[in-house]
Design a protein around this ligand. Sequence first.
Ligand SMILES: Nc1ncnc2c1ncn2[C@@H]1O[C@H](COP(=O)(O)OP(=O)(O)O)[C@@H](O)[C@H]1O
Ligand SMILES: [Mg+2]
Length: 245
Amino acid sequence: MSKTLSIANFKGGVGKTTSTINIGAALQRLGKRVLLVDLDPQFNLTQSLGISEPTQPIYGALRGEYALTPLPVLRDTGVLDAIPSSLELIKAEIELSAEFKREEILNRLLAPLTPQYDYILLDCPPSLGLLTINAFVSSDDIYVPIEAEFLALKGYAVLNEAIGRIGLSIDKVFITKFDGRKILNRNVSDTITHSLGEAAFKTIIRENVALAEAPTQGLDIFRYAPRSIGAEDYRNLTNEITARG
Ligand SMILES: Nc1ncnc2c1ncn2[C@@H]1O[C@H](COP(=O)(O)OP(=O)(O)O)[C@@H](O)[C@H]1O
Ligand SMILES: [Mg+2]
């Protein structure tokens, strides 16, 4: 059974792309067939995987010019493929808004690919626009990375309410970029864990410079720094994800 997961938050810089890549890479190392989809016009995921100037980025597929075209990233234990993005995707929000069933375009395009993958991870842009709604409509689960900082829970509540209004809900939250030396980080993370209970993953992704360095080499954390705490944290988070079935 294939599972499609959205990694989303209307805030930028919270670790959506880092999480998409490294959860995907961890799943691939478990022997899974994984597809990563870059839905952000800033194409950070595409760049972080070392893909440059893709000939068939997601934008053209959303416009109906060609089918979604996965590029191979890694083939060893499992499969890691990616559908790249490009700057032009910025136009999609407006152009697609006039389309028939505009919230279901991505879902329709992904349908023929789902039998080929165990997991499809959608890296969402930092907004609740049409691209993110398309991701949500295509997803079995919505996962939200948050930083343990001031107003984090307020941000979560706003996002949850907005998602609720379109008849969906956040499945799980996880804390990212956690710095145990910061009292604020510790306090907020305790509050999040207490008030969200089961809705929060137990694994907390700690701040780790290797996680920021890996994409500059076009690598995931397991190939860049397999013994780092970043690798450890994403391995643990991924184990929680696979344990959910
Ligand atoms: N756990 C972490 N520790 C250190 N740096 C991180 C961590 N997670 C993400 N980063 C860095 O923070 C920045 C924002 O992360 P990114 O994944 O691009 O966020 P988003 O996709 O939500 O905008 C990037 O420079 C990334 O390398
Ligand atoms: Mg991103």
